[in-house]
Design a binder for this molecule. Structure first.
Ligand code: RIB
Ligand code: CA
Length: 313
């Protein structure tokens, strides 16, 4: 079976970086057409540097990296340096990237790629705020029917919010964008906090990655050493949740995950619950299901996959 064509849209972020590395370590399953960067965890200038640092750590400076939107569609940017550090990739020593950014804007790359590739042959993998994806859908409505699937990290229901009591960060930063994406009619699979909070990078799991004794293994372990401190302190958990790699792992091993197709709508009006993903888990409304909302995963299988694929880089 030929590898699945994907575009990763991302705001690196240590967990985004692990997701990119997992994709690069899985060429049989995934054909990474390009990486489009968005403002989120840190400003765009930094996310587009971090994406290139990650590609170079894997020896893949051939991957085209594009800068997309530097701000949400209709709001001021909210960032998360308190989680990811000032650089967004705190932990390892960060060497400024040698590979250039592509000249083309990331949103144009998404539109042009979807118009060029066969309809239904490209999957979008947003790992940050949905600003680039929504902008592309608004500027080029014709691409919606050409997208094979959107597999995104974002949202929360039973797990409640992480940036406010009601909202998960990616959705909260650009709720208008999330609303556009969820109403687009595109096939959507969501990895909310409900599942990513079960993907904890515990100390034994981090040490298994460090034991790869490779540039990528050490780079990843040092990122996770830093990344865990915020969540361990906040939740008292045994490690930091590896949110974004859930998107890529799902494309490689969907059997590791389970969820339910439900209706999900986005709060875009109330300041109290702005960015909340209102998931009709029990089907109490007549709103039609529009997303596969994941709720569980095989965490040991997930980390075994990550470790095995990072070993290839
Ligand atoms: O809420 C977790 C999400 O926000 C992850 O994608 C993390 O990288 C940040 O972007
Ligand atoms: Ca992210």
């Amino acid at each position: 079976m030929s590898p699945r064509k994907i575009i990763i849209d991302t705001d690196p972020g240590q967990d985004d970086a692990v997701a990119i590395l997992l994709a690069l370590g899985s060429p049989e399953e995934l054909d990474l057409l390009g990486i489009t960067c968005v403002a989120g965890n840190v400003p765009l200038e930094r996310t587009s540097i971090n994406a290139r640092i990650t590609c170079e750590a894997a020896g893949r400076s051939d991957i085209p990296v594009f800068a997309g939107r530097s701000a949400p569609l209709a709001r001021a940017l909210v960032t998360a340096e308190h989680v990811h550090g000032k650089t967004g990739l705190d932990g390892p020593e960060l060497i400024p990237p040698q590979m250039p950014l592509q000249d083309q804007n990331g949103v144009d790359f998404i539109i042009n790629t979807l118009r060029r590739e066969a309809p239904g042959s490209v999957t979008l993998c947003p790992l940050g705020p949905l600003s680039n994806i929504a902008d592309a859908l608004q500027r080029a409505p014709d691409i919606a029917e050409r997208i094979q699937e959107i597999v995104l990290m974002g949202g929360a229901y039973f797990e409640v919010g992480n940036i406010t009591p009601a909202a998960e960060f990616n959705i909260y930063v650009d709720p208008e964008a999330a609303d556009i994406v969820l109403k687009s009619g595109v096939k959507i699979t969501m990895m909310p906090l409900d599942v990513t909070h079960k993907a904890l990078a515990t100390r034994p799991r981090i040490e298994a990655i460090r034991a790869l004794n490779s540039r990528v293994g050490t780079f990843t372990a040092e990122m996770l050493d830093f990344f865990e401190r915020f969540d361990v302190e906040k939740y008292g958990s045994e490690g930091g949740p590896l949110h974004d790699p859930c998107v890529i792992a799902y494309l490689i091993r969907p059997d590791l995950f389970s969820g339910r197709k439900v209706n999900v709508e986005i709060e875009t009006k109330s300041e109290l619950t702005l960015g909340m993903t209102v998931a009709d888990w029990w089907g109490v409304t007549d709103r039609s299901p529009n997303a596969m909302f994941m709720g569980d995963l095989d965490a040991d299988g997930f980390f075994a996959l990550i470790t095995e694929r990072l070993a290839r880089l």
